[in-house]
Design a protein around this ligand. Structure first.
Ligand SMILES: *[C@@H]1O[C@H](CO)[C@@H](O)[C@H](O)[C@H]1NC(C)=O
Ligand SMILES: *[C@@H]1O[C@H](CO)[C@@H](O)[C@H](O)[C@H]1NC(C)=O
Ligand SMILES: *[C@@H]1O[C@H](CO)[C@@H](O)[C@H](O)[C@H]1NC(C)=O
Length: 493
């Protein structure tokens, strides 16, 4: 196992910060390469008075923007506990105006214990049980933004992990602020014309395979390479990424990911030569769909897909992608792709959604129409700001409900707690891409890495719950456990 990977695993466990003297901040394994190096703005030792928020923290505004509110009220504060995600510039605190009223968004950790600080916002990728802000304060909501797959953090795929939070924005339609279509700019993107069949037939004659695979992140929870390797025995696949590579992209510029990003027009034109794209997500979670699915559709290639089990709910019509799991074996799938490859009429049915009126899925159309944020659309807010306002509005409503209860406790009950649910991050235990888990040797890197990560996520969640509830027995057990793992890993380094 690579040393860097071990580090990442240890960081996931919180072991680096617990058992090792020095620590180098959160280690993330992002497919986009967005390595977060977030400085800790506060050493945690001193608590400064609430004036840290300065003028932005108090609404002493003469212009009564929200009739009914007091003239001089302290605005609720939303503290971004993951400061690297703070969506404002410059400064550490900013007044935000939302549908229900105003809040102060801050990344200044000194306000953490302030009574006005009503919500803590976390980014899932670098949320670590050992770094959680404890003790948890009863008046504060915890809000989670995690649009990524559990590849970065399996803690949140378990009940005890996700239920730590009150509000969520995840890829799931069930989350409080859902982001399932985070990679789909809109219907025009889907309608983009496909190259002609003649053009594609010409590429096939020149020796190109019917299927393309382009993946450089090889060892992932979904274990996709194991399936693709098997499929390659039955049908030609041109593979250009680092995983199962058997071909080079045509020019040095395209080969260099630094010069040709995945949105590079020349690269996209090249990829569109292929009639089918293998599109396998890095993890299997309900509603987790990425550019691996939408980009081939944009290019007019048919995705051969494995990912969200409910992907069909979001497709433009009921005949636009090929689902790997509909086939009993890679061989059967290969036969079907070969059949479509030789039968233009049947193949073209998969691109019918590009015709006028071809997008018939009303659920998809409504979801695109009603989401308030945009994808690569400067005219719309992004979902980071959108979620921030969602939390602000939620907290203003919660304050109002608390005030109403305080005013007439006999008539108006205490507001119900709002707690996130496992459906907000529904990623079951990883299974092998091909074959059964029993057939795979214990030394297999996928088994060693992802199955362990998955169950360690559960341990973290349970440990954190215990710490919040001050269960010392459970806590001690957890630290002993971490220590044992640390020693074991250290021996293997
Ligand atoms: C797909 O939709 C069409 C038109 O609504 C319908 O006639 C057909 O039965 C559907 N096919 C499947 C496999 O659901
Ligand atoms: C937030 O969630 C926790 C469970 O993790 C719960 O105990 C608490 O009451 C919730 N708070 C609010 C304000 O809903
Ligand atoms: C602490 O956790 C353990 C193990 O989950 C449980 O058996 C025990 O009842 C808990 N103790 C308290 C005081 O909640």
């Amino acid at each position: 196992m690579a040393a860097s990977r071990t580090r990442a695993v240890l960081a996931t466990l919180g072991v680096l910060s617990v058992c090792a003297a020095s620590r180098s901040g959160p280690v993330t394994e992002g497919e986009t390469g967005g390595e977060a190096e977030w400085a800790e703005p506060w050493d945690g030792a001193v608590f400064r008075a609430p004036s840290a928020l300065g003028a932005v923290g108090v609404a002493r505004s003469p212009e009564t923007l929200w009739p009914g509110r007091e003239e001089a009220v302290d605005l609720p504060v939303l503290l971004w506990w993951s400061p690297g995600l703070f969506p404002h510039f410059p400064g550490d605190s900013e007044r935000i105006e939302c549908a229900r009223g105003a809040c102060v968004a801050s990344r200044d950790r000194r306000v953490r214990r302030d009574s006005r600080t009503r919500a803590l916002l976390f980014y899932g990728t670098d949320f670590r049980a050992s770094e959680a802000p404890l003790p948890r304060l009863a008046h504060q909501s915890w809000a989670l933004l995690h649009e990524e797959s559990p590849l970065n953090n399996f803690l949140l795929s378990h009940g005890p992990g996700i239920r730590l939070f009150n509000l969520t924005a995840t890829f799931s339609r069930h989350s409080d602020y859902p982001l399932p279509l985070q990679w789909l700019p809109g219907t025009a993107y889907l309608r983009h014309a496909a190259p002609s069949l003649q053009e594609r037939a010409e590429w096939r004659r020149r020796g190109y395979a019917p299927l393309l695979y382009l993946q450089s992140h090889c060892d992932v929870p979904a274990d996709r390479d194991r399936y693709v390797r098997e499929l390659m025995r039955y049908i030609p696949v041109d593979s250009y990424g680092k995983c199962l590579q058997n071909r080079e992209l045509p020019t040095p510029r395209l080969q260099d990911t630094a010069t040709a990003t995945t949105e590079d027009p020349e690269l996209l034109a090249f990829l569109s030569r292929y009639k089918f794209h293998l599109a396998l997500e890095n993890a299997i979670c309900d509603d987790y769909m990425t550019e691996k699915l939408w980009r081939p559709m944009h290019l007019g290639s048919v995705p051969v897909y494995r990912g969200s089990p409910s992907v069909s709910d979001w497709m433009p019509n009921n005949h636009s992608i090929i689902l790997i799991d509909d086939f009993e074996s890679p061989q059967k799938l290969a036969e079907f792709i070969d059949f479509l490859d030789k039968n233009d009429e049947e193949y073209m049915k998969y691109l019918a959604y590009k015709q006028p009126g071809g997008i018939t899925n009303q659920f998809l159309l409504d979801s695109l129409k009603h989401r308030e944020w945009g994808v690569n659309d400067p005219s719309l807010p992004n979902y980071l700001n959108g979620f921030e306002c969602f939390v602000c509005d939620h907290e203003l409503a919660r304050l109002d409900a608390e005030k109403a209860h305080a005013a007439s406790p006999g008539d108006i009950p205490v507001p119900e707690p709002h707690i996130a649910q496992p459906s907000h991050m529904d990623c079951p235990v990883p299974t092998p891409g091909f074959g059964s888990v029993e057939e795979i040797p214990e030394s297999d890197s996928w088994k060693e890495m992802w199955l362990q990560d998955y169950w360690q996520g559960l341990d973290q969640g349970e440990a954190l719950t215990a710490m919040i509830h001050n269960n010392e027995t459970q806590q001690r057990k957890f630290w002993d456990y971490l220590h044992a793992i640390f020693l074991k890993r250290n021996q293997n380094l």
